[in-house]
Design a protein around this ligand. Structure first.
Ligand code: GLY
Length: 567
């Protein structure tokens, strides 16, 4: 990640917070919202409230998903979106599971080397800033597909509160004030004309979004095709092309969200259900969890030297495979069954020793590093009927490509950067990609988004996910382990300090000043490089846990403005 991004994250999440998160505070102080019937946990209270109200009116978790996703586009333009894409995993009350992929796609006119110059070098910022960085957006197709298949209320009931919110406006938080200020130079660089976010917004100001409200009104009137074939499509294509992009009306009209079979696997007595490719999340999570399953993490202790070693070594090996093997299943053949098989993973861990760190240079595959943006957003929902969803949605970087269509009222993604522009060269998250994730027309770029649902004894146990680019998978992992191995509640599990290893660079990133110094020294002695500088926060996890009495506990990450609302 760019140095400035780390700096700003540090400012938002540490200077702004009176107390850094610690594991040792009294348990009671970590309890999240408890409700009996239903809950939404998302990045903004406005979105959680809208989703919860939909369920109170009799809607189900899928209705609430549509409303929450679009409310985040209004209340959380940093990552919530109409101009991006995402993934959702669900578990219905009857135990049926599924997932939907509304990931962006490369435009028809894209080419493998479109971000390289004549010397075969990456052209700085071309895949991150401005119109060439945009993938064909999937969010509207995604939410309409969910509504058609699984929703129960009329779409009007779901969109009306979102449109009202856009007209009424959203109050700026302190964190948002800082974020807007930090990214203003890039807004000016990416946009020819001034945009609403160029103004010096302060905490407690209200930003109104009438252009976005009008776009949503047209979508309400004309359905999902308004975005892909209607006036909105025409205005969007004109805007992108005027800014030097290559997306056409054909690209939009061909876009389809895809229902996919989730990755599911067991860990002790849990069943984990997560997102399959084109997200690497489910496969990578399965690999890591199966590699660590034979070890006594609970006996080693939470964030102890031995636990960190086992988890780190499993992460190192899984991320090496991720980079080499994974991509869009519609384009690439992947040996997923083998990758998540016990035989393969036991062999993979056979050279691990507690005495000494493995070296990433000794761990094949691949020859490739991973880089992805941190500025995604996640929300979790359970309803009064027993359905659960876990959805992660993104513009990729903060405010995506920074290109804002003022006429339509939303930012466009910079998801093209999640392809490996040049195999072997890291992207903005430091992730290295291989041939499997090279650019091709209509291909979906590899993701790390890991919306996940956990079952215990064949019943719903947890729904969880997070933003965080390449750290998404390891944050979801640690949250599940915190509950299962270390017996934390949901909010406590979310609050606990996190660390991350992704094979390359060969370092353990840790949240600063919250890990035991003795543990850090022991890890260093065993040959681990500890990076405490570059990870002021790792993820912003939003999850819901089913408690013993069948009530729900929300975990809303205080690293952000996240909030749980329910009844
Ligand atoms: N853009 C971040 C991800 O898809 O993982």
């Amino acid at each position: 990640m760019q140095k400035q991004t780390y700096l700003v994250l540090f400012l938002f999440f540490f200077i702004g917070c009176k107390k850094p998160t610690q594991t040792v505070l009294k348990k009671e102080s970590y309890q999240g919202l408890i409700t009996k019937n239903a809950m939404v946990v998302s990045a903004r209270i406005e979105a959680s409230k809208i989703g919860s109200t939909i369920m109170k009116k009799g809607g189900n978790a899928f209705d609430a998903m549509v409303a929450t996703e679009l409310a985040l586009a209004v209340a959380y333009p940093f990552a919530g979106n109409l101009g991006g894409g995402g993934f959702m995993v669900y578990r219905k009350a009857n135990g049926e599971i599924g997932s939907i992929d509304y990931r962006e796609k490369a435009p028809l006119a894209s080419t493998k080397n479109m971000f390289l110059n004549s010397n075969n070098d990456i052209i700085p910022e071309k895949s991150t800033l401005g119109a060439m960085a945009i993938g064909v957006p999937g969010t509207i197709a995604g939410v309409f597909a969910v509504h058609e298949k699984l929703g129960s209320l009329p779409i009007k009931e779901l969109l009306t509160p979102v449109i009202e919110l856009a007209y009424k406006g959203v109050v700026v938080t302190k964190k948002q004030e800082e974020r807007i200020k930090f990214y203003q130079p890039l807004f000016r660089k990416a946009n020819k004309d001034s945009i609403i976010f160029d103004k010096q917004w302060k905490a407690n100001d209200t930003i109104k979004y009438p252009a976005l409200a009008k776009t949503l009104e047209r979508i309400l009137k004309n359905g999902r095709d308004e975005f892909y074939k209607g006036l909105t499509a025409k205005l969007l294509v004109k805007f992108i092309q005027e800014n030097g992009g290559i997306i056409t009306e054909d690209d939009l009209s061909k876009y389809q969200a895809v229902w996919r079979t989730p990755i599911s696997f067991t860990y002790d007595d849990l069943k984990i259900i997560s997102m399959p490719p084109p997200s690497s999340g489910g496969v990578c999570l399965a690999q890591i969890m199966k590699m660590i399953e034979p070890y006594e993490l609970d006996a080693y202790g939470h964030n102890s030297t031995k636990s960190i070693q086992v988890i780190t070594e499993a992460e190192r090996r899984a991320y090496a495979d991720r980079s080499y093997y994974l991509g869009d299943p519609d384009f690439v053949k992947m040996p997923i069954k083998t990758l998540i098989s016990e035989a393969y993973l036991n062999k993979r861990m056979s050279n691990f020793s507690f005495e000494k760190a493995s070296l990433s240079s000794d761990v094949t595959h691949g020859n490739i590093q991973i880089i992805e943006s941190d500025e995604t957003t996640h929300y979790s929902i359970v309803d009064q009927f027993g359905n659960a969803i876990s959805a992660t949605t993104t513009l990729n970087g903060a405010y995506g490509s920074k290109l804002y269509c003022s006429e339509l009222g939303f930012f466009l993604n910079n998801e093209m950067d999640d392809f490996s522009s040049k195999p072997g060269v890291p992207n903005m998250f430091g992730l290295i990609g291989a041939e499997a994730n090279s650019i091709a027309p209509e291909k979906r770029m590899l993701s790390s988004m890991t919306p996940t649902i956990v079952e215990k004894n064949n019943a719903l146990y947890m729904t969880v996910g997070t933003p965080g680019g390449s750290t998404i998978i390891t944050s979801v992992l640690q949250t599940i382990l915190n509950v299962h191995e270390f017996k934390m509640g949901m909010q406590e599990a979310v609050n606990a300090p996190r660390f991350h290893h992704q094979w390359l660079p060969d370092e353990i990133r840790i949240e600063p000043k919250v890990f035991d110094k003795l543990v850090i020294n022991q890890l260093k002695k065993r040959g681990y490089y500890i990076n405490e500088k570059d990870s002021p926060i790792i993820g912003k996890v939003d999850g819901i846990l089913v408690l013993k009495d069948k009530s729900y506990e929300g975990g809303a990450d205080k690293r952000g403005d996240d909030a749980a609302v329910g009844f």
